[in-house]
Design a protein around this ligand. Sequence first.
Ligand SMILES: [Zn+2]
Length: 552
Amino acid sequence: MNENLLVDLNDVISFDALQSHNKNIIVAQGDKRSDSRPAEGSRLGRASIGNPNLSPNPTQSQLVLTYLPPKGLPFPPFSPKRAKGQVAGSSNLSFFRVEFGNMTKKEEFGDGRDDMLIDGDHGKSITDGFSPEYLKAYYGMLFPHAEIFKWMSYGHDGKHPACDHSYFGRREFSFTLDNDIYLRFQSFNNAAELENSIKEKCPFKIDIGPVYSVDPAKRHAYAQAGDNVFTPVERELIFDIDMSDYDDVRYCCSGADVCIDCWPLMTIAIKVMDTALRDDFGFNHILWVYSGRRGVHCWVCDGRARRLTNEQRAAVADYFRVYKGNDNSNKMVSLIGPALHPLLIRSYADVLRGFFEEKLLCSQKLLSIEERFQKILDLIPDEDIAAELQSRWQENRRSSISKEDVNAVRWEQLKHLVQSPKQKALGVRRCVEEIVFSYTYPRLDMEVSKHMNHLLKAPFCVHPKTGRVCIPIDPEHCDDFDPTAVPTLSELLEELNSSRADVNDEFNRTSLGRSVKFFRTSFLEPLLKSCKEEMESTYNAKLQQSKNSLSW
Ligand SMILES: [Zn+2]
């Protein structure tokens, strides 16, 4: 028997009531109902039926129906829509979305027949990666608030006498709300304030800014006090690498898209940068994060890195810059001088050459298509060699004698000619390296790294376009990272839904568990240990100093 089950927004209804019948779920607002039909003109929205564990104070026998605003709209749509649905008699209820519009007389519900249509099949109902309501559930149950607070406190939340308890409260957070409303200069005094604000405002994006000299939320109060009172004093050294900056060297996708053929460009950027930051600069606490769509972010969190001035940041960024040519040249990379910098030699030998020759050359078919190989020939400074290769490759267009990949064969031909013993000019010999660097060397967004007050998206945010979570990437296993396999918001909620409720830790009921664990054990714990050590040694040094001055 079919009957309508009418519930008000946020009504709590019994699990048994849903199980005992196949019922149409209708969420109506604001009218008193005497029968199982919503009154004319009542405002209707979408319903989601979650696992009992999704409600704030659940008991095993209750379900909470949550009002879901239609995608892209803050309020229910005012065009009539029909909805129909049934709850299967199973304890394994999945999310269940119901689309409703305003009821009009003509659109009155019938007797539970086809005039009410619910979108989505039972059990497969979360089809989109992102919705504000999923985000709310994510912030409520999965976002690692405590870990983010611990990280941003850098040990100052402890009991050590050297703790600066104002430290966390001077950090800028910025929220981007639905409809692109930006809330800059948010600050919080403790973990609970941060968590409550995130849960309440449900930001589409959370950005992290610098630690200021004073509480950024009260910056105006300090404005009268004089110049430079409100100024950034600490900030992680950050790097932003975006795949859209590689559009001239990848042919599989462009713009916002990535696939497994072009993603390795990000992987090798991580390898080159991570090695240099550790070996050349001696940094230890480095966090790599997937940006949620098409790139990676890097957070260098050592105390030494956080205290770099803007000038020093610019110098570090410049260290990684290989392209120093001018815009008129078609060369992206100019390797000058008799010997390459050790950074470049190491990057080339350990990472870039192998990647270019074994992967990129073939996956992007860099030498098998004329418009592509022409771009590489343009990088050869010897016109005769370029012309010879060009005519050879054009004639050879249709030959399929060799079973070897045509791109690999042609690359060997190019190398053979420019590096032949007859070839004396260093510039010609070095064009092999220049080509490889042009196509593979990390392309940084320099402006992000140079200034302390640049915002960067917080880890574990969800990208609204892809629904994917910005999870950390382990640089030691970055080859295994597949952006297309990163869990989406809806996948995580499905996992929560279908998992056993007796597992206490919500992360561990979903595939986010691994990422949070990695963040804790590989990044956060070693970082906090070193913060504590640093705090202690600074404190002891000061203590010693004051003892010495007293003994005078
Ligand atoms: Zn691609």
